[in-house]
Design a binder for this molecule. Structure first.
Ligand code: PEP
Length: 266
């Protein structure tokens, strides 16, 4: 059985004091051990202090991004090796905000953010530095309405995972995050989530074979809250959650973790 994995994406929120008290609250709520994998992903400038804050707790650390090259003239970026040095285990890559929101806008207000090829290069750097990528994929509302969900997921998987070697595949984490559900309060129904996750699993089987594909954790992300976590986490191909807003509230985040444990009969 795949061990469920719940990660909190803090995005660009919190000051250092509130970050410390958030970790304290989560650790208190979790206790000494956790039956599932749990991680927090703070802004990169907080990774070193958060590594201290999670020491001795079951909480692992993840970064929200890194750059693909090992060093050089990349002002403002951090390499995978730098992220590794902080004590991180995971790196979120290709979040929809990095694909679609962050960056200069064209005349129509559209941002051409990170491409699948850029994400594949980052995935390579992350694995080469002994870290685990959480690769985000997901369709926009317009793409869902145009019946393009499966083709979008297929091409994001093909492009973003192009650099993954067969023996690394089972370590991968995929986060299915429908863009229309991120930070909007709208969630995918269990049927929509399971259908998308099953499609992703099928693509992973084609790419890496059944053995590896069945070991890969596929998180659901998009307005996961304590009151919808249980049903989403009960879906056969949903192996945990990537949580944004609710991960900033210790009680909500802990409750989502508890619901994930119950939903999986652990
Ligand atoms: C996210 O940031 O990846 C996310 C899913 O956010 P939210 O839970 O707030 O929708």
């Amino acid at each position: 059985m795949r061990k469920p994995f719940v990660a909190g994406n803090w995005k660009m929120n919190l000051d250092l004091a509130s970050a410390r008290s958030l970790v304290e609250g989560i650790a208190k709520g979790l206790g000494a051990t956790s039956k599932i994998d749990v991680a927090i992903c703070p802004p990169s400038i907080y990774l070193f202090p958060m590594a201290k804050a999670v020491a001795g707790t079951p909480i692992a650390l993840g970064a929200q991004n890194c750059w693909s090259e090992p060093s050089g003239a990349f002002t403002g970026e951090v390499s995978a090796a730098m992220v590794k040095e902080t004590g991180c285990r995971y790196v979120i890559l290709g979040h929809s905000e990095r694909r679609n929101t962050i960056g200069p806008k064209d005349a129509n207000g559209r941002v051409a953010g990170e491409s699948n090829a850029m994400i594949a290069a980052k995935v390579r750097a992350v694995f080469d530095n002994g870290l685990i990528p959480i690769v985000c994929i997901g369709e926009t509302l317009a793409q869902r309405d145009a019946n393009e969900t499966e083709s979008v997921l297929t091409s994001q998987i093909a492009g973003s995972l192009e650099s993954v070697k067969p023996d690394e595949a089972k370590k991968l984490v995929i986060a299915y995050e429908p863009v229309w559900a991120i930070g909007t309060g709208r969630t995918a129904s269990t049927a929509q989530a399971q259908a998308a996750h099953a499609h992703i699993r099928g693509q992973l089987v084609e790419r890496f074979g059944a053995g590896a594909a069945n070991a890969i954790r596929i998180q659901y992300g998009g307005s996961v809250k304590p009151d919808n976590a249980r049903e989403l986490m009960s879906c056969a191909d949903v192996d945990g959650a990537l949580v944004g807003g609710a991960s900033l509230k210790p009680d909500d985040f802990v409750k989502i973790i508890q619901e994930t444990i119950s939903a999986n009969d652990l």
